[in-house]
Design a protein around this ligand. Sequence first.
Ligand code: SF4
Length: 386
Amino acid sequence: MTVQEILRQCEDLYNDIDFAYVRDWKTRHGAGAIGYMPVYVPRELIRAAGMLPVGIMGAGDLLEIIKGDAYFQSYICHIPRSTIEMGVSNRLDCLDGMLFPAICDVIRNLSGMWKLLFPGKYAKYVDFPQNFDAELGGTFYRHELRGLLADFARISGREISNDDINEAIVLYNENRRVIRELYALRVERPHLVPTYEMYLILRASNILDVAEHTALMRDYLTATLREERPVRDNIRIVLTGAFCEQPPLGLIRALENSGCNIVDDDWMLGARYMPDDIPVTADAIGALTDAYLTGTVATASKYEEDGNKGAYLISQVTRSGADGVIFAAPSFCDPALLERPMQQEALKREKIPYTSFKYSEDTGQYQVIREQTGTFADAIKLWGDA
Ligand code: SF4
């Protein structure tokens, strides 16, 4: 496959807000599908039940919001409106349930709204411990996972064994491994993995069966290494804050065209929340619990000790050899915007330049942002800071 063929497939998946792939997968496999909101859910358990995990990240700029606005006040982000709009327009009726991870009050409220709107469908608010002690948070999380497992067994109508979970862990480990390879290649030779392409390839993980997605990424790696691509005089950027509501595709392209090679980011974080392999053991639930307690990356919805905010961002900059940071957060996103002052302080201490903007998933005008990030890139190129 060529890069263009792979991208066309990913663009089709991105643009299909009727989820034809999911409907087809269900028919072919005679099995269910469970949707989940950002940032992270243990997809291994859904897969172990023989079902398809489906990442739902709103409808971007692909859907006019007609009813969704009526369910929320004005001053919150956009993703719950478009998710409701997709729900009430029957686009998500291919899902046999929805998971709402504990990330912020908006998602919590959305889970309640979902239960009221779709009383016949399974909807679960998934709580994550903010205490990372094995005895405290670990015990709680094990209990949560066992509850999910029982729910998935009921929905799928099959017992889920330890081997089933381990099989899923192996599949996702392989997926994580190829994602690591992709990210490493982008750090080493960013011109071979343009941001627009990287985003689309990762975004496909929301929909595709995990084995199919791993194969797609491998095909892309092979194809892009074969291509001759121009090396641009771009600065290297870490983009942060976009872990939930996603910027529209046009904006992602505009960032790249403004002279920024994004060498690390936090979008599509669910696929990379646990970057390392999870061991295969006789206690698969225990392995998933340990991975959550000790092996997840930092993000705004996860508790960190006082004074530690910003440390992970600094490590992203250092690891990727970035010249600066772009804070890109959805408008009214409390988690992203509340942690930004601490992150900015950390960057100032390290003399790392940064700039920031806000977006909405249906932002239509990119020119102002493009000029801002273009000026940021020029300032770094000319003077080494902004
Ligand atoms: S964009 Fe931010 S505020 Fe909105 S649902 Fe996501 S995390 Fe919550």
